[in-house]
Design a protein around this ligand. Structure first.
Ligand code: ZN
Length: 329
């Protein structure tokens, strides 16, 4: 077996929401991300799949949601991604606290973690999210979206995910197999149940950290929880090698599945968290021009033939735009 090319980091994170309009309003207007794709769950065509990202849908920036209205409220616990953290420019947390006050967002006091300042908050479905202030270099691959927030405060892709695990060791071995390196350990603090937080770093600049916290606190999937985390395997070749390595480690990855904007392999890691490996290509601009991303309901492949039936099942949603919000004021 050859050693796989280390993953550059997180590709996307997919979560479960309740009301689709509430989800759209929060992630687009309150947080200022761009809706880069409006589609359906390819395994459940009566449910939306929203993709919120930076201005260009750069790998490592997209937070995606299945708004499953019939599902119950979930509980964050062991075997899940417990926290999803985004990068924001240094000096922008005052702006975000003021915005959270203005929009009535449920946020906590800032905490210091591994020398960085973290602002924890929850989305309307009670999903735990964090903003981490970092220095954004001139050569940063992410592109700020400025419809609702100024450029110098805009969210710039993922910072990290935190995994809560009953027994972290097999998972940390797997992270090493995927090319992440252990970089630091410190006493856990804030609203987390474990004693010690261990940080692993991937190779790329965006979505590069995975933190691991040991806990046996039980959870259940539902609104306000993460469904899976995807890691970048830029090429098919990278993905094939990573898939083999994961299989050799004793896990059971799926075959490659065409997800229209990337090709994916899924497996449940040892601690119970659903991992995905996603290619870089063809990307979100493969079926809509950059200027029009998110503008229409995109139905991949065979689903296009069922457009009428599918659209009839979906709740209507309005995409917030700065013009419409101003007109309301
Ligand atoms: Zn995914």
């Amino acid at each position: 077996m050859t050693t796989p090319t280390p993953t550059p980091g997180i590709h996307h994170v997919t979560c479960i929401a309740g009301n689709p309009q509430q989800n759209m309003d929060f992630w687009v207007e309150t947080l200022g991300l761009r809706l880069v794709k409006r589609s359906i769950n390819q395994d459940d065509a009566g449910t939306y799949h929203f993709f919120f990202a930076d201005a260009e849908g750069t790998p490592g920036t997209s937070m995606t949601f299945f708004p499953w209205e019939d599902m119950k409220q979930g509980k964050v616990g062991s075997g899940q991604v417990s926290r999803t953290a985004f990068r924001v420019p240094e000096g922008s947390l005052d702006y975000w606290e003021e915005r959270f006050e203005e929009y009535g967002v449920d946020y906590d006091e800032r905490v210091e973690r591994f020398g960085e300042t973290v602002l924890p908050f929850r989305d309307p479905d009670d999903l735990p999210v964090e903003l981490v202030a970092v220095e954004i270099g001139d050569d940063d691959p992410t592109v700020p979206w400025t419809e609702f927030v100024p450029e110098d405060v805009a969210i710039r892709g993922f910072h990290s995910v935190t995994l809560w695990l009953a027994d972290p060791d097999p998972t940390t071995d797997l992270l090493r197999t995927m090319g992440l390196e252990e970089v630091a350990t410190e006493q856990a603090q804030g609203d987390t149940p474990g004693d010690e937080r261990t940080r692993f770093a991937a190779a790329g600049p965006v979505g590069r950290y995975v933190d691991v916290l040991p806990t046996i606190q039980g959870g259940r999937q539902g609104h306000g929880t993460v469904h899976h985390v995807a890691f970048q395997t830029p090429t098919d070749e990278d993905q094939r090698a990573m898939r083999e390595a994961v299989q050799s480690a004793g896990l059971r990855p799926t075959q490659q599945i065409d997800r229209h904007w990337f090709r994916s392999v899924y497996f449940r890691e040892f601690g119970g968290v659903l991992f995905e490996l996603a290619t870089r290509d063809p990307g979100y601009t493969s079926d809509e021009p950059l200027d029009d991303l998110g503008g229409r309901l995109v139905l991949p492949g065979k689903f296009e033939d069922r457009r009428e039936e599918i659209e009839a099942k979906l709740t209507d949603v309005t995409i917030p735009t700065a013009d419409a919000v101003e007109a309301d004021d």
